[in-house]
Write a protein that binds this ligand. Structure first.
Ligand code: JCZ
Length: 245
């Protein structure tokens, strides 16, 4: 996969991909991540990327010409016959694990990171394939939203995770994760649940599944609609619901 991030502040995105797991994915060649400075695609002396809004009002708007030129060139140089151009914005459709999985199947992503009051609408209409929001809160620009999206997508690329890790994780089966413990077995008088020390892997798996269901019921009951529970797990969930009444 190739990911191009178009921004007027490449420095914001300098750090996030140069550490830990994403760095390893880049080093392994699972993904190529390029920071593209939008000002490279201006032709005036002041490298102007923004202008005042037609109709008046506060703030500045990103001009269409540099964005069209940047995206056209990035598509042409992608080495791929299909590119998906994504605009990060609070007006987009909500990002989630299902969308992350869909994006992880793409060969070339171009992520446009806006700034200021927004982007000329002709970019949104003609250049952008998908407008995505990472949540209902307002950032000062699209860069951190793009970093979140890249992180969630890259960890899903084939070869990134051990098979087990991706199978067990939160949201993959619409349940939150069970609690985790490591040594020591007693810390400041707080004990690790004895079942985890029992060596009985069948019982441990059952306990973890129940803990996942309990947590999801307590913290994110909305997720339970999508969860696929075995008959005995449905019975367990019903017993939880009765205890709460
Ligand atoms: C440009 N402000 C781009 C995206 N989910 C989310 N919240 N906020 C944004 C976002 C905010 C922005 C720009 C200027 C994205």
């Amino acid at each position: 996969m190739k990911i191009d991030l178009v921004t007027i502040f490449p420095g914001i995105l300098d750090g996030p991909f140069k550490e830990s797991m994403i760095k390893r994915a880049v080093d392994q060649g699972l993904v190529e991540i390029n920071l593209v400075d939008l000002r490279t695609y201006t032709h005036d002396r002041h490298h102007q990327v923004d202008d005042a809004p037609y109709g008046g009002g506060y703030g500045m708007i990103l001009k269409p010409e540099p964005l069209f030129e940047a995206v056209d060139q990035l598509k042409a140089n992608s080495g791929s016959d299909s590119s998906l151009v994504v605009l990060l914005s609070p007006q987009g459709r909500k990002f989630d694990q299902t969308l992350a999985q869909q994006l992880s199947k793409e060969k070339h992503l171009v992520l446009i990171c806006g700034r200021y009051e927004g982007i000329d609408e002709r970019v949104c209409e003609m250049l952008v394939d998908d407008e995505i929001s990472i949540g209902d809160f307002v950032l000062t620009g699209g860069e951190l939203a793009a970093a979140v999206l890249v992180d969630a997508v890259v960890r899903l690329l084939p070869g990134f995770l051990a098979e087990e890790a991706s199978a067990n994780e939160s949201f993959a089966d619409s349940l939150l994760e069970h609690p985790h413990y490591t040594r020591p077995p007693v810390f400041r008088e707080m004990e690790v649940p004895s079942i985890l020390l029992s060596g009985n892997h069948g019982e441990i798996a059952r306990w973890r599944r129940q803990q996942s269901i309990k947590r999801t019921y307590e913290r994110r009951p909305d997720l339970l609609d999508k969860a696929e529970l075995r008959p005995r797990e449905k019975v367990y969930l019903e017993s939880l619901k009765k205890q709460q009444l």
